[in-house]
Design a binder for this molecule. Sequence first.
Ligand code: SUG
Length: 447
Amino acid sequence: MSGFEVNFDGLVGPTHNYAGLSYGNIASQSNQQDRSNPKEAALQGLAKMKALHDMGFKQGVLLPHERPFIPVLKSLGYTGTDAHIIERVAKDQPALLSAVSSASAMWTANAATVSPSADTADGKVHFTPANLNAKFHRSIEHEGTGRMLKALFASDDHFVHHDALPPIAYFGDEGAANHTRFCAAYDNPGVEFFVYGQQAFSATAAKPSIYPARQTLEASQAIARLHGLNAGCAVFAQQNPLTIDAGVFHNDVISVGNRNVLFYHQSAFLDTDGVLRDLDRQLQGASLVPVMVSERDVSLQDAVGSYLFNSQLLSHADQQMSLVVPGECRENPAVSAYLDTLIADTTNPISKVQVFDLKQSMKNGGGPACLRLRVALNDRELAAVNPATLMSDALYQRLVAWVDSHYRDRLSTDDLADPQLLIESRTALDALTQILNVGSIYDFQRL
Ligand code: SUG
């Protein structure tokens, strides 16, 4: 195996809360107004990063965004001191305050789409931050994300950064949550698999009827063009609209791929035979290994409830793979029984299941795969990544101490009106930019 897959997990921010902001995301809606524990959330995320680092996987860290995000409130006409603005918005429009306070940037699978250098015409790694324009609280992430990615992947010799797509529904883009790459080895040319929820420019194509489809074909095609993907490198497929109506708001809630393996639910795609045929045909140097989970073994409802497919599929040096799942998978008897048969079955390379407690994030619909952005790199590219953002024993200790000293252990949506939370959050993030050596990336540090 050559090349690396580095998983960049989002650190959960100090304002992590449950505001019920994501219609179509069942966990987000059903936990609205619960009290959150930002400290526990951040420590749960860090524990996963550290455990994967200890298992020998390459692990990086992305920073939380500045929240509550005062510049957006100013752009909406609020004036005065920051404390005054927060007080006014809390009174006028508490829902707006929740939106600008969301720690949703933690789900870095939605941060960007990344194309490795082996797939692109100019031989560079391409990044496009996702416009996330389906939800207001997420649509305000891409500028900060772009700045952060430039601070981590700074070398022009290796990395190309694009702007997010135009911020309208026609080009709705949710980043790597709807993008999977198949390859024989991480630094070999791969097949980039773009899964979309709807065709914006078609009045007749299938669409979900209850919940919104966030990703459009038009957006996915634009990303493939911008990244200069080599001929034969892209496959586009529509997610089954029935799954969106069942709460599968991103493809990574119903399938996951790694190297030549596609692990998916029977109902994931509109045209499964076409997906398997195209991926297998375009994959170079390996055959596709499809691992299909039937409705009989795991119902769509259990898949959504347990987040079985929002797992990370990680390759070990011996070619075997681990499936990193949330604790909810072992709490669901059908899913747990399925996992036991999956790892006992030697016709696929998935031989281990690693379970993590990510309840704080899960209650907002964010499992192990949501929390990470995959970046496939070769040795030279890895050497050009900001080294302070790569996980180590020392960095883990520093980040745990940082969380312990800056984070609250309870937060309700009413607490978002506390101007002290803004000060605490900025103090924490200012210290974090020093720990991770990323410079002044936040607006509050630059204005
Ligand atoms: O966009 N939840 C996120 C969860 C994102 C999960 N990401 C992936 N599947 N890759 C979303 O729906 C809920 C916030 C709240 O309700 O407070 C939220 O934004």
